[in-house]
Design a protein around this ligand. Structure first.
Ligand code: UD1
Length: 364
């Protein structure tokens, strides 16, 4: 007897998390369906990740697109319910914390379909973040919670989640990075931009709390324009829109180089050769830590607390002077090799699928 998994993705940070799971499922000849909600739809926000990571073309693309949180989440739920009812899976796999993750988990839960959540237990303890709401709800309705760190396990236990549902498997993003490390290291894309190895900062800024606030966005761009090293920023569509809307284009001087969003392999290559990462993204904090690049996170909190504890990452508010100081400090330290966190290796998908096979296959 076999079982069928439905793997749900929707937004850019989901794609690298599902890639090793799909590869491992294929190697084990497990039946699966890959469903893309279409939350991210631009070529640069979606398609390039499928080609870079060799992820098969999704079996379904629901084409939902952008909208308010309620509209986006609601429409994904309506379409996914049809999919699950017409071709009921034995388990739904959701990854990360985006609106597609929440929508899929809610639909599966109400249909009585088992849910596996990969990257369970991260908490920023900031309920103003849409992702924090998504994480908390998904973790409380999921049946199998795959945690990336010991801190994440502790968070889940503190919330009263049954220990038998929690599996500390490590960080799936680490597996994706390690799977692709040779290709990443062979790329030298920074040269095409006239940058020097370890002579620039790689920055990503897209979180609504930073870019939807003209004062904060202006502080961040001013800091980037004054750092002692050039700053490369691949612009998320939202950030690009806000820079135009708030008329902040004049802050982008010769020190800031902007590009369209980068593919996974290009982004990791730029990160690997950077001297420091400046970000408000979640995943980049982990990838910088894996590659030994100091990270300055422009937020008041982070759910990736393990990267702070080992000294790979620091938090700064969106204030020009504080960002400048943190960049100068991080840039002056030579690249460090932090301790490797438990389970941040190339066997995460194996650990996940071992658990799923054990619970889904009838014992002989
Ligand atoms: C989403 C995730 C966030 C993640 C980010 C990574 C939620 C709540 N947030 O935020 O956790 O860090 O993805 O990128 O799910 N847009 C385009 N083209 C696209 C996608 C988006 O132009 O392909 C623009 C639209 O103007 C859209 C805006 O970006 O309104 C925001 O997109 P949305 O998917 O709502 O959230 P993100 O900010 O991308």
């Amino acid at each position: 007897m076999s079982f069928k998994l439905d793997c749900i993705v929707g937004a850019r940070p989901n794609f690298m998390k599902i890639s090793p799971i799909i590869r491992e499922a294929r190697e084990r000849s497990i039946k699966y369906r890959l469903i893309h909600t279409g939350q991210h739809y631009d070529h640069d926000m979606s398609d390039t990740f499928f080609s870079d990571l060799d992820i098969p073309v999704p079996d379904r693309n629901l084409g939902i697109g952008s909208g308010s949180h309620a509209k986006q989440t609601g429409e994904i739920m309506i379409r996914l319910e049809d999919e699950f009812v017409q071709d009921r899976p034995d388990m739904v796999i959701v990854v990360g914390d985006v609106n597609s993750t929440l929508a899929a988990a809610l639909v599966a839960s109400k249909l009585g379909i088992k849910i596996a959540h990969i990257e369970a237990g991260y908490r920023s303890f900031d309920r103003t973040m849409p992702e924090e709401i998504n994480r908390v709800i998904v973790d409380h309705i999921a049946d199998y919670l795959f945690a990336p760190t010991d801190d994440a396990v502790l968070n889940l236990k503190r919330e009263g989640i049954d220990e038998n549902k929690i599996f500390m498997v490590g960080n799936i993003m680490a597996e994706t990075l390690l799977d692709n490390i040779e290709t990443i290291q062979a790329r030298m894309v920074f040269k095409e931009f006239g940058l020097d190895k370890k002579g620039y900062a790689l920055a990503t800024i897209h979180r609504p709390e930073n870019v939807d606030d003209p004062v904060k966005l202006s502080e961040i761009l001013r800091a980037f324009s004054e750092t002692p090293i050039p700053v490369l920023i691949p612009l998320h569509p939202r950030t690009k829109e806000r820079i135009c809307e708030f008329k902040l284009g004049s802050h982008i001087n010769g020190n800031i180089i902007t590009t369209k969003p980068l593919s996974y392999l290009d982004m990791m290559s730029f990160l690997d050769n950077a001297c420091v990462a400046l970000t408000d993204s979640g995943g980049l904090q982990e990838e910088a830590c894996m590659l030994g690049i100091p990270c300055v996170t422009i937020r008041n909190n982070t759910e990736r607390i393990a990267t702070i504890k080992i000294g790979a990452n620091c938090l700064v508010p969106a204030i020009r002077g504080e960002i400048l100081q943190a960049v100068t400090e991080a840039a002056s330290t030579t690249t460090k090799a932090w301790v490797v966190l438990d389970g941040w290796d190339e066997k995460v998908s194996r650990r996940v699928l071992n658990v799923l096979e054990e619970v889904l296959l009838p014992s002989s």
